[in-house]
Design a protein around this ligand. Structure first.
Ligand SMILES: C[S@@+](CC[C@H](N)C(=O)[O-])C[C@H]1O[C@@H](n2cnc3c(N)ncnc32)[C@H](O)[C@@H]1O
Length: 383
């Protein structure tokens, strides 16, 4: 999990029985599994024998026994763990976690107080950041949840960096033995404002505070409490993620198509309408530009390169067996266009007008607002 030389999941050594592996079936479909000698990973492509994985490096691509599908075998990281962990609560995701780790100014050796522990999503990233000499003290008032989290941290190789305590922090605050010793405090609680006085006692001068709250009313009460308890440099952020999908699309490259081309295109357009491709294919003498979801023209090539029209390498490597997700993604990108090899070969004139180019478009993102992050710095008056 930590990718250090002595970690059980050091990704530079071969996979072995007992290793935790993140099985990648698609960018939005991953699962965790432990390698067992003689074990089998099953999905819709059939079985993938664990014995084939043992002795291979992390990052290997495994082909199903039937040969019709593949998966990737990844070394676990805090980021991947967030994608595969069992949800016992709402969790923090990578975008918020990245901001928390950065703006809490965490580093190896730091001491962090966290509450509530929840499903331990954030805790894994905190532990990785403060390792090897720092420590995360995490508090959770749900007893079973606290026990499960402690077990999981141990199993994932971060148990020595994290202490889980069953405690109601809104009621009792942080234990007094943390007074003045924490470099940072993180709260994910229903009433964070109640804990601000205790946080102020525990954070060292110039240390950082962060609270995650889904509602702006919680933020307002927290900021009032921070102001009253010696915190300054207060900032509330909402981290919104926008993901882009880059793919190959047929696009018009010559805006002044000759009349006979338009004639041919009429037939092609009818064909597209029958296929439901519509404007998505952006093919035609009327030179419609492909548009992204936000309405902006989206024809770009990575790094500013202009890809050549003919003889381009396909996006997937030859011999790949695409997963259903990959096929679905390609279908979504291409509308219902037939695969290139199934398309009728256009005459030379038309080939000059319609080329496959690399384009990008925003991907509709299911998860929108998750919460607000309020950061503040503990300051002390000059004596
Ligand atoms: C949303 S979850 C935290 C998720 C966590 N940040 C993660 O990334 O997995 C909130 C947790 O706070 C715990 N909690 C609520 N009130 C608490 C309190 N007064 N003291 C300690 N923990 C509390 C809940 O039991 C729950 O597990």
């Amino acid at each position: 999990m930590l990718h250090s030389a002595d970690s059980a999941a050091n990704p530079t050594r071969p996979m072995a029985a007992g290793d935790l592996v993140v099985v990648y079936e698609g960018f939005d479909n991953m699962k965790s599994t432990r390698i067992v000698a003689g074990g089998m990973f099953q999905n819709r492509f059939g079985g993938f024998p664990h014995n084939d994985w043992i002795g291979r490096p992390f990052g290997s691509k495994a082909i199903s026994k039937k040969g019709n599908g593949w998966i990737l075998l990844l070394a676990p990281t805090p980021e991947l763990w967030t994608n595969v962990l069992r949800h016992r609560t709402q969790i923090l995701y990578a975008a918020d976690i990245a901001m928390v780790v950065a703006l809490l100014e965490l580093r190896p050796g730091a001491v962090v107080l966290e509450t509530g522990t929840g499903s331990g999503s954030l805790t894994h990233s905190l532990a990785r950041t403060i390792a090897p000499t720092g420590h995360v003290y995490t508090f959770e008032y749900h007893e079973q949840r606290a026990a499960l989290a402690a077990e999981e941290f141990k199993a994932n190789g971060i148990g020595h960096l994290v202490t889980v305590t069953h405690r109601d922090i809104e009621l009792g605050g942080f234990p007094e033995d943390h007074r003045g010793k924490a470099d940072a405090v993180f709260l994910d609680l229903p009433k964070p404002h109640l804990v601000v006085p205790s946080a102020a006692r525990c954070v060292r001068p110039d240390g950082m505070f962060c609270s995650f709250s889904p509602c702006i009313e919680q933020v307002q009460r927290t900021c009032e409490a921070l102001n009253a308890n010696g915190f300054r440099d207060m900032r509330t952020l909402e981290v919104l993620l926008r993901q882009l999908e880059v793919s190959r699309q047929p696009l018009v490259t010559d805006m002044e198509a000759p009349p006979q081309h338009q004639q041919q295109q009429g037939g092609r357009k009818k064909q597209q309408r029958r296929q439901g491709g519509g404007d998505a294919a952006a093919v035609g003498g009327d030179a419609k530009r492909q548009k992204g979801a936000d309405g902006t023209a989206a024809a770009v090539a990575p790094g500013g390169d202009v890809p050549s029209a003919e003889g381009e390498a396909p996006t997937a490597a030859v011999g790949d067996v695409p997963t259903a997700q990959e096929e679905a993604a390609t279908a979504a990108v291409n509308g219902s266009e037939p695969a290139p090899e199934q398309q009728p070969q256009p005459p030379q004139q038309q080939r000059q007008q319609v080329e496959r180019q690399t384009v990008s478009k925003p991907v509709p993102f299911g998860r929108g607002h998750t919460g607000y992050l309020t950061f503040a710095r503990r300051v002390v008056a000059l004596a």
